[in-house]
Ligand binder design. Structure first.
Ligand code: COA
Length: 173
């Protein structure tokens, strides 16, 4: 593009900017439309009592809002930050699923974790049926370490456990 052309570049797919998540952002998330059938089991995470209430901003928790221009399109959480380790959560606005935003948001959250926060290891849990999420995590260098059952909303749920360290990370792209 010529240096005199001032029209904005079209944003690359999935391009987002991360900012600290505010209480206003958290309220907006709680009002997002329902998740589609593919991930309706995760819808609770957006609602009152969901992840943003379970993991309020705290000394051991950092929350990130993903912005695409003026639109809040997702959020991520690094929590239980201790001893150079943390647990990761991520969720997109329903209409942004399947467009590469999760990759951009996850990459930038890992960069913040391994960069500014100085983490050495980041863990997550993913439901075994959730191929989209697991594929994303694997592409970014997470590897599966086992399986566990945890209670979610009073019911036992099976999870694959995954983790990544700074040396495991795959280059963005
Ligand atoms: C999980 C989530 C963060 C993934 O982000 P996303 O932007 O929707 O992910 P994408 O659709 O771009 O998929 C990521 C990768 O997995 C691949 N993929 C998607 N569906 C797949 C499937 N069923 N099987 C294998 N790979 C799949 C994509 O091709 C993509 O790879 P690429 O970057 O090489 O093209 C997002 O869908 C989301 O927020 N879902 C609802 C909340 C949630 O599930 N949170 C995570 C709980 S563990």
């Amino acid at each position: 593009m010529s240096s005199t052309n001032t029209s904005p570049e079209p944003a690359p797919p999935g391009r987002v900017v991360l900012r600290p998540l505010t209480e206003a952002d958290a309220r907006a998330v709680r009002d997002w439309p329902l998740y589609p059938p593919e991930v309706e089991a995760l819808d609770y995470a957006l609602r009152p009592g969901g992840w943003l209430d379970q993991f309020p901003e705290a000394a051991d928790t950092q929350r990130f809002a993903a912005w695409d221009g003026p639109e809040l399109v997702g959020f991520s959480i690094l929590t239980h930050v201790a001893g150079g380790e943390a647990e990761f959560y991520v969720a997109l606005r329903p209409d942004r699923i399947g467009r590469g935003v999760g990759r951009a948001l996850t990459e930038q959250t890992l960069a913040a974790g391994f960069g500014g926060l100085g983490l050495k290891r980041i863990y997550l849990k993913v439901r075994p049926w959730h191929r989209r999420a697991a594929a994303l995590y694997e592409k970014l260098g997470f590897r599966r370490t086992g399986r566990a059952v945890e209670e979610v909303q009073g019911r036992p749920v099976e999870f694959d456990l995954m983790e990544v360290g700074p040396a495991d990370r795959r280059p963005p792209g």
